[in-house]
Design a protein around this ligand. Structure first.
Ligand SMILES: Nc1nc2c(c(=O)[nH]1)N[C@H]1C(S)=C(S)[C@@H](COP(=O)(O)O)O[C@H]1N2
Ligand SMILES: [Mo]
Length: 199
């Protein structure tokens, strides 16, 4: 006779299988910013997508709020080795924002208020993989975590999830962002432990 609770053990096994190599799980939500938290007011907030041909698509905060929302629950992985499972967000899918954008670009350079940048292939922003988020854990996204709005790309290391997002530049050729210029991996897949250039 066994008193083992299969649900409990199944869940624990599951959780460790969800932590990528070299990472540890945490219930904390550390703040990692390369500079001070910019004061971004929703009244003046704009989000732009600029194509390789220089066409600018622009959304105000009201425009963003009028779009269909999603509430993804995802695991996030920081290159400083913490992973946080089942984080809950509210935001607008990049599929929605890029729907009417005509482009032949393969790359995206994401820009933030405050000057931070990060690059990734355009494909990694599509097909339900990325959101512009403004809610976290049922609340407004806090300024230190990127409020009023940040990019969320959970399948890549969390430095790709630009806080205080301001726009996306679509490019025919890849351009490194802030951390990528400083030696971090150009792609950053946590499951392949792509922390630094050459990994
Ligand atoms: N604008 C901006 N976005 C940023 C950063 C930053 O310094 N500035 N840091 C990145 C890094 S390295 C990580 S791990 C996450 C941290 O997000 P958090 O502070 O909400 O945990 O934001 C990423 N996005
Ligand atoms: Mo990070």
């Amino acid at each position: 006779m066994s008193f083992v609770n299969p649900g409990f053990h199944g869940r624990r096994r599951d959780d460790s299988a969800r932590i990528p190599p070299g990472q540890y799980g945490t219930d904390e939500f550390p703040v990692l910013s390369a500079g001070p938290t910019p004061n971004v007011r929703t009244e003046s907030w704009r989000f732009t997508v600029t194509t390789e041909g220089g066409v600018v698509h622009e959304w105000s905060w009201a425009d963003l709020m009028a779009l269909p929302r999603e509430t993804p629950t995802v695991d996030i992985h920081c290159v400083t080795k913490w992973s946080k499972l089942d984080t809950t967000w509210e935001g607008v899918s990049l599929d929605t924002l890029l729907e009417d954008v005509e482009t032949a670009a393969d790359y995206a350079l994401v820009h933030s208020y405050g000057g931070y940048t990060t690059n990734l292939p355009l494909d990694d922003l599509l097909d339900g993989q990325a959101w512009i988020t403004f809610g976290y854990d049922g609340e407004e996204l806090a300024p230190e975590h990127g409020g009023p709005a940040r990019l969320l790309v959970p399948h890549l290391y969390f430095w790709k999830s630009a806080k205080w997002v301001r726009g996306i530049e679509l490019l025919l050729q890849d351009e490194p962002g802030f951390w990528e210029t400083l030696g971090y991996h150009e792609y950053g897949d946590p499951w392949r432990e792509q922390r630094y250039a050459g990994d």
